[in-house]
Ligand binder design. Sequence first.
Ligand SMILES: [Zn+2]
Ligand SMILES: [Zn+2]
Length: 499
Amino acid sequence: MHWADEVAERLIESGREIVISTGITPSGEIHIGNLREMITADAVYRAILERGKSAKFYYVADTADPLRRIYPFLDASYAEHVGKPLCDIPCPCGRHPNYAEHFLEPFLESLSELDISAEALRADELYREGKYAEAVVTALEKRDQVARIIDEETGKRTLPEWSPFVPRCNRCGRITSTIVKGFDAEAGSVEYECKCGDTGTVSVMGGGKLVWRVDWPARWSILKVTYEPFGKDHASRGGSFATGKRISEEVFGFATPDSVIYEWLSLKGMGDMSSSKGNVLSIGQMLEVVPPDILRYLILRRAPRKSIVVDTGQPMLRLIDEYDRAGAQAESKRAFELSAIRKSPPADVPYRHLVSVVQIARDDPDKILTALKRSGYDVMHREEILSRAGYARRWLESFAPEEAKFDLQDTLPEEAKNLSDGQKRALAALSERLSENMSGEEIHQLLYAIKEEFGLEPKEMFEGIYLALLGKPKGPRAGWFLSALETEFLKKRFAEAAG
Ligand SMILES: [Zn+2]
Ligand SMILES: [Zn+2]
């Protein structure tokens, strides 16, 4: 059974109302590593709905978190904002209401493109609306108990001035430089003192926030969360899940949600993705080169505990071709179903071939379809094929290794003027024996027959073909490549190259 189905059944069996929650801090570009949390939760959500049950699905944006430091993508003017909540900081481009929204907007757009229908909640709004008010008062009242749990789980000692609540200074706006001096549970107010010299009171409704270790379990009890996937950084010994579990149960009296720990996604050769390391692939960049259903599949075909290495080179094309066959194979069928976005007919052309064809046709839609027809593909689903061709073109531009790129030469290239005698004889034979409507496979067989007949090494044989057409010694799989080109053109070119 697919892991998402196992979780769905377990949640249904529990008999509780199902509430799935996810959370990502919009402190920088939200990347495809972060997306694993959303897609993992969404697969479970879908599996529940498919069983005729209902569930709530939230994405909580941690908009009240402070800016930790000046990230590499920020200019020096952000120094004065370090320590302020993300929702109170100006947006880097000037077109969004605040810093958090600047990163949230493209992320929420990607979620919709990926058909993930989580309800987006903003932490700062939850605080301002008073959703957290009771939890803040409880945490302040039980401060010593909370501190003891954290000490026991982490093996460290919280400082005497530590508080589960961090007030936002009325003067400097920071939540990282205040200490709590007292609170009034009746009035819902907290007294603070700030390093900037200010003292004052703030409301428990938006005048600050709970620290992460307390915020997370408070959120479970507020939203009644029963399932939440989270990254392995929270799962370590003494990590926020360990303390969160005890705080939820012992302080807030709420059962810890069912959960799954997911592994990281990394970029081939670049390590785990991390906004602060700058080695990230944005969701937007990824959706330029792979359709959204395939991005879902990239994540859903692996169990959450398995790490995923994203290779944007040739393996990306293999992934796309794998997806096209996945629905028909027992082991990948379920991941395929949970990835599907719309019931569109598949563009039944191998991706690697499409990458050749868009280059042959120089992106002209009619020429793309003609070339595909020539190679024997059904081009009835015109829109799907052209849409896929667009992905192939963008892949070529952003990620393709040099060897995947070529330029079909209009005249016999200079490089083809020094072919060996063997190459010339082989090209002459090829020129004579090629005929209209040969499939890629048939041409492939023909090339091998000619190679044998003239006693050429495969490399020598193929090099002659590529030099004659592309002016470089390597190119796409020859039989299929030639099948997409006009027979008359090929016959003429090979005869010319043979002299
Ligand atoms: Zn902006
Ligand atoms: Zn201050």
